[in-house]
Design a protein around this ligand. Sequence first.
Ligand code: ACO
Length: 322
Amino acid sequence: MKYSRITGTGSYLPEKVLTNHDLEKIVDTSDRWIVERTGIRKRHVAADDQTTCDLAEYAARRAMQAAGVSAGDIDLVIVATTTPDQVFPSTACLLQQRLDIHGCCAFDIQAVCTGFVYAMGIADKFIRTGSARCALVVGAETLSRIVDWSDRSTCVLFGDGAGAVVLQASDEPGILSSHLHADGSYESLLRVPVGVSQGYDRLKEEGAYIEMKGNEVFKMAVNTLGRIVDETLEANGLEKGDVDWLIPHQANIRIINATAKKLKMPTDRVVITVAEHGNTSAASVPLALDTAVRDRRIRRGELLLMEAFGGGFTWGSVLLRY
Ligand code: ACO
């Protein structure tokens, strides 16, 4: 078996919805500003008793059902998240327990908004080397828990959700290539500057909220995603226009449009869901993928390019034949 291939997709958005008009009552903002600058109209927020693992479980069960696999078939579980339920065990181990999967390798990966793309690249390598045959790859976040709801420059952007795929060994392509990068020197532009090792007391006193220099992140995202698109096409000997669908990280409609323009892709070949759920970090790419698979826009045999950019900075892409 030479390739890893997506055999099922699933996603989940929590029931509670916060519209731009709801946010107008919380911070000094307007529906018009948010739509013009970001394309976002609403975001979903997890209930107080709902965790990242709860969201991941819904998405995972849907992906497994779509793939026609059961718990006993899964031999690798990867959860991409920045907002794990607990310090440990990993959310992947918690999810494994929920799904009644036992004994296989399970771990979280943390690459913020690029998390799902990283997880796909890793799962593909497990499958290509014969270390796994059936991977459950999930991106799940409760970002609402690390958003400062009094900071209008960030709170309007983020939301909660989960998306998942089942990736199986196959003679047919499959993931064709993955391209994963990071540059930690940009830490100060986008971060949550407290954590476990820096002390629980600081965490309690100062809270743990997203800080972002939005404008600088925006410029870096546009330039970096343009480069990753070129890198992916070149590695596969493809021309602009060969890709059937762009499935971008859903952070901002203006960033998505800039990448689509670079690829010379018409908007109707770009899966855009940012209006419906905002930036759900690691969940955003699989949420968009599942949406377009379920509404039958994406067909078997088509060429898909997934890309993402996030805190770290991290960035990456996955090119695959669906
Ligand atoms: N409502 C109204 N006004 C606002 C709001 C708001 N919600 N937020 C900021 N403003 C104001 C600012 O205070 C500023 O006012 P001033 O000119 O009086 O100082 C003005 O709007 C313009 O602010 P900018 O930051 O220059 O606005 P910009 O056009 O850059 O849009 C945005 C801001 C939407 C954050 C954009 O920069 C962006 O999308 N950045 C990238 C975010 C991103 O992609 N992150 C991806 C990674 S996320 C991750 O990894 C977790």
